[in-house]
Design a protein around this ligand. Structure first.
Ligand SMILES: N[C@@H](CCC(=O)N[C@@H](CS)C(=O)NCC(=O)O)C(=O)O
Length: 215
């Protein structure tokens, strides 16, 4: 399998897809492309209809969306173990993952993933509402699974929310106690540490993803 990703400092969708390979030690060849450069589009235009990352190529199968990649890998290589076993929990996990995939636009616009930066931003009411909703999800799941991943064992929903843990760190977002504990768990995980280590070697600046004032 070959996984195309963007700059690790900035590409939150790439991180989501990459995490499942790291969490389950699945073999994958990772090709990193510099976001918004000619080289990026030259490589991707022959592979995907959208020319975006992440994109997974597995023999004759191409998957060009983060959640679709997570689902594909889970079905083809993990016998479904990357979703909760229990049907009711699985339905809830899918709903929470979908909230991230199709929402939180204010948060995503105003707090772009930028791992190396420490920034102050003026948040809109919409972004504050997004943050409160994420805090509520993390806290509610922590009540059911104290100290655990969102559904106890690591699952796709944890991949979907991992970039938010990094965004909250970059922009110094205050969280409730349980939500903070989950954020710390994500940040300390072996997979995320590996991503951070690789991201820390990058020096390119992607202006589109720079926001806020340094502090
Ligand atoms: N819905 C897509 C979004 C992918 C996406 O927007 N990727 C960004 C990088 S994080 C990208 O490739 N941008 C390049 C462009 O828009 O030209 C997914 O979940 O994979």
């Amino acid at each position: 399998m070959q996984l195309f990703i963007g700059n690790q400092n900035y590409s939150s969708w790439s991180l989501r897809a990459w995490l499942i390979f790291s969490q389950y030690n699945l073999e994958v060849e990772v090709t990193k492309l510099k976001l918004f450069t000619k080289g990026f589009y030259n490589v991707l235009e022959d592979i995907t209809p959208t020319a975006k990352v992440p994109t997974l190529v597995d023999s004759n199968v191409t998957v060009w969306d983060s959640l679709a990649i997570l689902e594909y890998v889970n079905e083809q290589y993990l016998q479904g173990q990357a979703w909760p076993n229990n049907a009711a929990e699985r339905a809830k996990a899918r709903a929470i993952a979908a909230e991230m995939h199709s929402g939180f636009f204010d948060l995503r616009n105003e707090l772009p993933m930028n791992i190396r930066a420490r920034r102050k931003v003026e948040l809109s009411d919409g972004a504050l509402k997004d943050i409160a909703r994420i805090d509520a999800i993390w806290s509610e799941q922590a009540e059911q699974f104290p100290q655990g991943w969102l559904f106890g064992e690591w699952s796709i929903v944890d991949a979907m929310y991992a970039p938010v843990a990094l965004r909250f760190k970059t922009y110094g977002i205050e969280l409730s106690e349980d939500a903070k504990a989950y954020q710390q768990k994500v940040l300390a995980s072996t997979s995320l540490q590996q991503w951070l280590e690789e991201a820390s070697k990058e020096t390119d600046i992607v202006e589109e993803d720079e926001a806020g004032e340094a502090f």
